[in-house]
Design a protein around this ligand. Structure first.
Ligand code: PEP
Ligand code: MG
Length: 881
């Protein structure tokens, strides 16, 4: 049985992408709906596979079908390939199922030879045009088919221009081009030991085979590997009658989007050039005109074009990116495809298309990529400002900021306390710089990549970050950063754009992220659809407020240690940690109590009527203590200096002893989480008291509160049992003291494997589970995050040992299995157990999809990611039902 390998455009359709490739299918579809597409045919992807099976040979069947199609094309156009009086000229282009840049280049003007070029010259009465076409054809064909580099041809043109003292290609005359062509032919003879092929049928066959061969060229093979495109898809070949935009002032060529791809506004957007071929638009020799000018220059063509754009949008139900050519006043469509767009445009177009009745809400929700929203959920540089960029680094975390330069974390914190906006500039950052990062508007490092500490922490906090800006020579000691001859000193004002990696001197105008009306509408639709709640991770009233504005339905994680880090509290926290006796510790805790109560009051108030999960103290205590190395240096200096104050020396020495005592070999696995609460229950009791007192205060004001108290790092049910008792006893005590009862729940983080493995036991003591996938990823992989991201993780990702950073996108097979097990075991013991996720993964679309499938009740993420999570949650619901 014979296989159909060749399809005229009118025989195909848009659905036949796998057979005709993307370009072929769209050309067929446009032909089918009656648009003016230059006629042609597509040789299928199956032919490509058959070509390889036959040992890189066109089979007889293929050849016959191509000849037949060519005959039909000749009939349709009334022209003949190789006819010296009225030659058919064609373009030959590859077109795979999935668009693959780096495949074969296009060959235009195929069919020209020494005879037909004369015919074309006479027919068009434009010899210059005809010879220009011919030389372009020789050049493209020689490059693509014969493998002779463009460079040699360009050299011949340059020599000609030098000889004639021309500046531009456009100055070459018809005679000049004819001389160039002679030289081109000599070059081909010399390089291939054969004359340039003059038989158009041979030209066509060779071109087709070259397209097939290009499927397996090195670039294409590598591209497929990177993008996981199967090798057996094959490429199609499109052979299409040439139309010429360079036939005079009634011809032209252009590209246009049916809507503005940056704003989404419903206006034609694009440009064109009169008397030009496609490549001239890109080459930038002449400045193209905006598309609306076509209305004046060629009103009839413009009207028809506008109507076609409308028709294409209605047909494809999406914004299109279109290529067209006008030949002597007649419009031809050369390509249409779904147009790429910014996040703003994606949202506006999706919502507008629903309102125009072209698509439904569900389709609109699936049209916007949550990842793209990162672009618009941060402060941005006002696009109307002209920027003077002095250096560029890696765009590690989006958003823009202006501030005064500081070179260390302590300074950053100090200046920020004094009300200054600062940008922390460091060679790199380490976990010790965290307070400086918290205090800064943005972070710039000269070393490190996209997974460096600074990048990861900044992304997590939603702060702009530029990494690996090697042009910046930072001297931390003298507090300068120089870029060539410019020296930036401490206190100098600079600006940064973490989305582009650009650094500017001085202050630039920034604009706040706003959720446009369309975005609000889209998110409202998302809320109607989604079956998983979205909360925020927030630990101060401002973030809580922002979260509500962004649509969070509660707080999934309030990290109380962040409240301990404020500068005026650190000495009291240190007092508490260094206390020798229970009484001393209690004294410090009593000072902290009203502060904590104030924090909780503010947060619970912002979240009135919504649940707030408050996690009791988690990190190792040494994080609040002075740095060990620095302390050793200080003490040594005091010991060596004869005039040092002995009292000061004694105090520092005893501080050093305590810091040494608290020093841990592996703090991530050390005395942290509930282990702190177990050894020092009074710390947790103080926090719980502060929560209840704040709650009662609010209840007295008529504000409803829903505190959920969460115990971190539980690995054994007994740990939770004990901590539950501390919470309940405190609740009872406060109840008796105030005569008021607060409704609350007690739950736990599931963030070490043992907790997930014994979730049924743990559920007996928990009202809810919150999966802390940051620590669960660390402990499941046995990676310490800071070490992994700073040292070897990028190597793992570069070498495809891991597909991606498991701290950014949940490792579903490993860590995910523990999450699923945790949910199932937990619910086997307590069917109505509430479950959520509060690790960074809660704001990442693939992980959100996983959480939905695993049956979690909510995801919780940084406030600025809440809109993204709402959309991703809706998509997860739509995709999985
Ligand atoms: C976690 O471990 O996932 C978590 C949310 O806690 P933290 O990041 O504060 O350790
Ligand atoms: Mg944790």
């Amino acid at each position: 049985m014979s296989v159909k390998y060749v399809y005229l455009f009118q025989e195909g359709s848009g659905e036949m992408k796998s057979v005709l490739g993307g370009k072929g299918a769209n050309l067929a579809e446009m032909t089918k709906v009656g648009l003016p597409v230059p006629p042609g045919f597509t040789i299928s992807t199956e032919a490509c596979n058959a070509y390889y099976q036959a040992g890189k040979q066109m089979t007889e069947e293929m050849k016959d079908q191509t000849i037949q199609a060519l005959k039909q094309l000749e009939q349709m156009t009334g022209k003949k390939l190789g006819d010296a009086s009225d030659p058919l000229l064609v373009s030959v282009r590859s077109g795979s199922v999935i668009s693959m840049p780096g495949m074969m280049d296009t060959i235009l003007n195929l069919g020209l030879n020494d005879d037909t070029v004369k015919g074309l010259a006479e027919l068009t009465e434009n010899p210059r045009f005809a010879y220009d076409c011919y030389r372009r054809f020789i050049q493209m064909f020689s490059d693509v088919v014969l493998g002779i580099d463009h460079f040699y041809f360009e050299q011949i043109i340059d020599d000609m221009k030098n000889e004639k003292s021309y500046r531009l290609d456009t100055e070459l005359t018809s005679e000049d081009w004819q001389r160039v062509i002679e030289k081109y032919k000599e070059l081909v003879q010399q390089k291939t030991r054969n004359p340039f092929p003059q038989n158009p049928a041979d030209q066509l066959n060779w071109a087709i085979q070259s397209v097939f061969d290009s499927w397996n060229n090195q670039r294409a093979v590598i591209y497929r590997k990177i993008h996981k495109i199967p090798d057996d898809l094959g490429t199609a070949v499109n052979v299409q009658m040439m139309v010429f935009g360079n036939m005079g002032d009634d011809s032209g060529t252009g590209v246009a989007f049916t809507r503005n791809p940056s704003t989404g506004e419903k206006v034609l957007y694009g440009e064109y050039l009169i008397n030009a071929q496609g490549e001239d638009v890109v080459a930038g020799i002449r400045t193209p005109q905006p598309i609306h000018r076509l209305k004046e220059e060629m009103p009839d063509v413009y009207r028809q074009f506008e109507q076609i754009c409308h028709q294409l949008e209605n047909h494809y139900k999406d914004m299109q990116d279109i290529e067209f050519t006008v030949e002597r006043g007649k419009l031809f469509m050369l390509q249409t495809r779904t147009g790429k767009r910014t996040a703003h445009a994606a949202i506006k177009i999706a919502v507008d298309l629903v309102e125009e009745g072209l698509i439904n809400k569900e389709t609109a929700l699936l049209r916007v990529d949550p990842d793209q929203l990162n672009q618009i959920l941060h402060r941005r540089v006002d696009p109307d400002t002209t920027l003077q960029v002095v250096a560029k680094g890696l765009p590690a975390s989006p958003g823009a900021a202006s501030g005064k330069v500081v070179f260390d974390a302590d300074e950053a914190e100090k200046w920020s306390k004094e009300g200054e906006k600062v940008i922390l500039v460091r060679p790199e950052t380490t976990p010790e710089d965290i307070h400086g990062i918290v205090a800064s508007q943005g972070i710039i490092t000269s070393r490190g990549g996209m997974t460096s500490h600074a990048a990861v922490v900044a992304r997590g906090m939603g702060k702009p970050c530029i990494c690996g800006c090697e042009e910046l020579k930072i001297d931390v000691k003298v507090k300068t950063a120089s870029i060539n001859n410019t020296v930036i000193r401490e206190g100098d004002l600079i600006s940064m754009d973490g989305g582009t990696g650009a650094i500017m001197l001085g202050e630039v105008a920034l604009i706040d992220p706003v959720l446009s009306d369309e975005f609000q509408k889209l998110l409202q639709w998302a809320d109607e659809v989604r079956k998983i709640s979205v909360r925020a991770n927030a630990d101060n009233p401002e973030d809580a407020k922002k979260s509500r504005e962004f649509g969070a339905e509660g707080i999934g994680l309030c990290r109380t240690e962040h409240m301990f880090m404020a500068a005026e509290r650190v000495p009291i926290v240190q007092e508490m940690i260094l206390a020798e006796t229970f009484e001393e510790r209690l004294e410090a805790l009593n000072k902290l109590l009203p502060m904590q109560q104030g924090d909780f009051y503010g947060i619970l108030k912002e979240m009135a009527g919504y649940p707030v999960t408050i996690r009791l103290l988690d990190p190792p205590l040494h994080e609040f203590l002075p740095n060990l190395e620095e302390l050793i240096v200080e003490v040594t200096k005091l010991q060596m200096s004869p005039d040092a104050d002995p009292a000061e020396r004694y105090e520092k020495e005893s501080l050093l002893r305590k810091v040494r005592k608290l020093h841990e070999f592996n703090p991530m696995l050390g005395h942290r989480g509930c282990r702190l609460g177990i050894v020092f229950p009074e710390i947790y009791a103080m926090q719980v008291e502060a929560i209840f007192k704040a709650a009662i205060q609010l209840m007295q004001e008529g504000i409803s509160v829903e505190p959920e108290i969460m115990i971190p790092l539980v690995g054994h049910v007994n740990e939770l049992k004990l901590m539950r008792r501390v919470v309940e006893e405190t609740a009872e005590r406060i109840g008796q003291e105030t005569g008021m009862a607060v409704t609350f729940t007690i739950g736990t983080m599931i963030e070490v494997p043992r907790a997930a493995l014994t979730a049924d036991e743990i559920a007996e003591e928990a009202d809810f589970f919150s999966f802390g996938t940051n620590d669960l990823t660390q402990t499941t992989f046995g990676f310490s995050r800071d070490d992994a991201e700073g040292k070897f993780l990028h190597h793992y990702i570069d070498h495809k040992i891991l597909p991606e950073n498991p701290f950014a996108s949940l490792d579903q097979r490993g860590v995910g299995k523990l999450v699923e097990m945790g949910v199932q075991l937990g619910r086997s013991a307590k069917p109505d157990l509430k479950t959520g996720i509060c690790g960074e993964h809660g704001g990442e679309k693939e992980s959100i999809d996983f959480c939905y499938r695993a049956g979690l009740n909510y995801v919780s993420c940084s406030p600025f990611r809440v809109p993204l999570a709402r959309l991703a949650a809706a998509q997860a619901t739509l995709k999985n039902g």
